[in-house]
Design a binder for this molecule. Structure first.
Ligand code: GTP
Ligand code: ZN
Length: 354
């Protein structure tokens, strides 16, 4: 049995900089987010300054720890042995790749074998859900914590299974005066997804757009990506169709959260592309799970769609979750000098059909 409340409590604790214990089949780890720690909480967590550091495999590679990584599983996190010169500030420099230019790291660092690899890997998954850097202090597993969670709780947390329609209302929008908005909620996840249904429903498959949240593009008119114009174009294309649905998914930054996306932007300022920036931070290139979109369509009684996208992973993700994609409709946006490299990277490295 998994406990969704345990994962919710653990995410909350991590974001506040409080210690969390994560249990798995191979043991437990007690961790505290490096970015959430201050002098007081760190002393409480680790009075003798002996706690090691737990970082992603990708971060270990940047820190030249690659050859000491777990050869059997190169994706496993890496535990860095604590030495006296690793204080809170150095730990933050180890955690955050954005600081690499400003604070070149000293090293050498020494990796230590993980006592509970599955639990450590679950800690990194929890970091993504919490929207924090995947970098922790890791201490004696028996110490005091504010939340206890299992690897299974973490894996079950963002499952869409318990998503429900919360309410619906008419919402006239610029693209269509007769749209209806439907809000979706799940008991554990605080972020609410919405669907905008446009036009009169008939027996034909609706034109559907899965739009992942992009605060910078959707609300601020960012020129760095194509999200704002895509949102606008998608709504007009849906309005021109017999009927259609826009799903607005709260998957900011392809699922790594706003702060981590802005860290990826800071890395892009240093010359990394959108793919390498995600990887350098310790995340997957695309951390989204489109089964939430499938569940929303299911709750709306839609089993077949004409999907507006350039991204083959969205088609595959929806189909894997049981929605039939009868047709893929491209959604090309004219580039500008700020996003032409981003669009080229999507075409060349993530298979977008532009
Ligand atoms: N991590 C990260 N996320 C980004 C970056 N640029 C944009 N995003 C996020 O990417 C998502 C936008 O993707 P979408 O437009 O839904 O989909 P797509 O994968 O580009 O595929 P299309 O359907 O063809 O547009 C939003 O969540 C943005 O916040 C970036 O450089 N790094
Ligand atoms: Zn965007």
């Amino acid at each position: 049995m998994t406990d969704p409340r345990a994962a919710a409590r653990a995410i909350d604790a991590l974001r506040r900089g409080w210690p969390v214990r994560i249990g798995a089949h191979d043991g437990a780890v007690r961790v505290m987010a490096i970015e959430g720690a201050d002098a007081v909480t760190l002393t409480q967590f680790d009075p003798d300054s002996r706690a090691d550091l737990l970082i992603s495999a990708a971060r270990a590679q940047t820190l030249k720890l690659a050859n000491q990584r777990d050869a059997a599983d190169p994706e496993m996190p890496v535990q860095i042995a604590r030495v006296p010169w690793i204080d809170g500030d150095v730990a933050m420099a180890i955690a955050d790749p954005v600081r690499d230019l400003a604070s070149p790291l000293k090293g050498p660092f020494r990796a230590r074998a993980l006592a509970a690899p599955m639990a450590a890997a679950a800690a990194l998954r929890l970091a993504r859900l919490a929207g924090i850097l995947p970098a922790f202090f890791i201490g004696d597993a028996d110490g005091a914590v504010d939340a206890d969670v299992t690897a299974a709780d973490i894996s079950a947390y963002d499952s869409a299974a318990r998503l429900q329609i919360a309410t619906r209302a008419h919402l006239p929008v610029a693209a269509s005066e007769s749209a209806e908005i439907v809000a979706f909620r799940s008991p554990e996840e605080p972020r609410e997804h919405v669907a905008l249904i446009v036009g009169r429903r008939d027996a034909s498959p609706p034109v559907v757009r899965l739009h992942s949240e992009c605060l910078t593009g959707d609300a601020l008119g960012s020129l760095k990506c194509d999200c704002g114009p895509q949102l606008d174009e998608a709504l007009h294309r849906i309005a021109d169709a017999p009927w259609g649905v826009l799903l607005y998914l709260r998957q900011e930054g392809r699922g790594i959260g706003l702060v981590n996306k802005l860290r990826a932007y800071a890395l892009q300022d240093q010359g990394f592309d959108t793919v390498d920036a995600n990887v350098r931070l310790g995340f997957a290139i695309d951390a989204r799970d489109f089964s939430v979109a499938a569940r929303m369509l299911d709750l709306l009684g839609i089993d077949t769609v004409r999907l507006l996208t350039n991204n083959p992973a969205k088609v595959a993700g929806l189909e894997a979750a049981g929605i039939r994609v009868a047709e893929r409709l491209p959604l090309a946006i004219e580039s500008n000098p700020h996003n032409d490299r981003y669009l080229a990277t999507k075409r060349d490295r993530t298979g977008h059909q532009l």
